[in-house]
Design a binder for this molecule. Sequence first.
Ligand code: PRT
Ligand code: ZN
Length: 299
Amino acid sequence: MSARDRLRIAIQKSGRLSDASIDLLARCGLKFRRSRDKLFCFGESLPVDLLLVRDDDVPGMIAQGVCDLGIVGRNVLLEQALDSANAGDGAAFREVRALGFGHCRLALAVPEEFAYADAAQLGGLRIATSYPNLLADWLRRAGVQAAVVTLSGSVEIAPRLGTADCICDLVSSGATLAANQLREAAIILESEAVLAAGTLSPADARAELIDMLLRRIDGVIQVRVSKLVMWQSPRAALDAITRLLPQGQRPTVTSIEGQDNQVSVQAICNGAITWQHLEDMQRAGARQMLVLPVEQMLA
Ligand code: PRT
Ligand code: ZN
């Protein structure tokens, strides 16, 4: 098997997305000969290898064909896609799945004393950011002319240093903004970790590996939000009880031997089941309710 019969996935070497990326791939059944200090991990269970890189390098490595897939923040992927577009190139990578971790938002933040009401107030101001393309795109769509000051780090201190009037940066808890007397004013992009792939699918064995991996990833994502709910109830109450639950697959209904009109039900639900759900179900006639986590799922 030649080297490129093996699939390559680029993930962040060390940072916010590293552990969750490794965990996702492990849940997909991928095992690697671990050498996390090195750049390359050999896949032992499938012909799928890992490249451990800086998150900013992931889109470029896909574009160059060095790797086939990558896990990276949507913020990084879209920033670089806009960069390629501005340079007159079509982006050679695209988001294929949102992965449900690494959630954050790219937000405009202003000094606490700035009474922000709408984007028009930003006209003529200087906005510091590490995401100049995403910010410029947002300003253009808002019809605002402001100066974009590109910084590679420590964006949040720019207003205090006097190098900018406000900032556009990633926010998750908001603690960093608060510590710097800044306030979130507008969301420019909702972000999370995504699986990125090239715009062209490989025309060899890798295409099948990518399909298989996507099916497994879908299963893993589905499982995270899925619960198996089981209960017993009168058959006549079945519809009313099912309507109380988060959307899911059609329930499996079994009659209970020796108990006329009583059924035992199991239903996969896509969403959290709260005490409130269970109490409502009980009032609608359900008893012996059980909520179980789902371990694996293949549609
Ligand atoms: O070394 P390398 O280049 O690979 O890593 P990096 O330092 O560029 O990236 P890293 O590990 O910091 O972030 C990787 C990705 O995690 C980002 O591209 C986002 O998609 C995602 N992510 C999720 C975040 C955050 N949450 C986050 N809070 N990235 C950065 N932050 C920073 C933010 O910039 C700010 O400084 O955390 C601070 C704000 O956090 P709060 O909780 O105080 O609001
Ligand atoms: Zn980075």
